[in-house]
Design a binder for this molecule. Sequence first.
Ligand code: M1P
Length: 257
Amino acid sequence: MSVVPFAQRPQGDVICLFDVDGTLTPARRTASPEILEVLKAVRQKAVIGFVGGSDLPKITEQLAVHGQDIRDDFDFCFAENGLTAIRLGQDLESQSFIKFLGEDNYKRLVKFVLHYIADMDIPIKRGTFMEFRNGMVNISPIGRNASVKERDEFEQYDKIHKVRAAFVEILKKEFADLGLTYSIGGQISFDVFPQGWDKTYALRHVEKEGFKTIHFFGDKTYVGGNDYEIYEDSRTIGHPVQSPADTIRILKEIFQV
Ligand code: M1P
């Protein structure tokens, strides 16, 4: 696929980075034709990329709704906060959670987490309670195999009982020696990664390009949300959004598309 070089786009020194869940799509659901059209139009003018907490296969399910290669639709693809990074279809260099932690510490973490979840009394449990990814682990008390309805119910339950927040506090104490960050970014789980490997990690890849302006759009821009650090970063112009419709509205205002 031929892509217009950044320098030949009218605003090629401007990049828009987007969170995925709640910003480009409803949580863990697919993108609408409207937002995909607007992104395409913005890409004619400026440079676009996503910065998701999820791994690449999940983000692909959400954004590549016609079965296309997601690498063709975005100039930059940042999954796992940028620990999986792609520029114009080419993989960029990356680090790994397991290398950072070492096998022994990782085993300690797995053992503790699975014991804790086994003893947790919540209304329902499904499967895949801990998902190992390149730059993080994702931990879910209900399990990642929960259906959409079960996810929505768990999210409501957790708003009242705060089981994820309590779990995170316990992990912070138990693994204080490991230098980890815990981020509750979605509906049913939280991510665990080394300090500094939040979404600002992705900025090290775009910084090298010398963009004049880096816009960031996210829905969880409040303290403790997984968009907070990149939204607050002095290198970005942050746009807090409530929904994909809000993202479309702001893009239309900025780029007249
Ligand atoms: O992108 C936000 C989060 O999306 C998913 O969260 P959940 O399954 O809890 O809704 C996960 O992929 C998580 O890693 C990610 O941060």
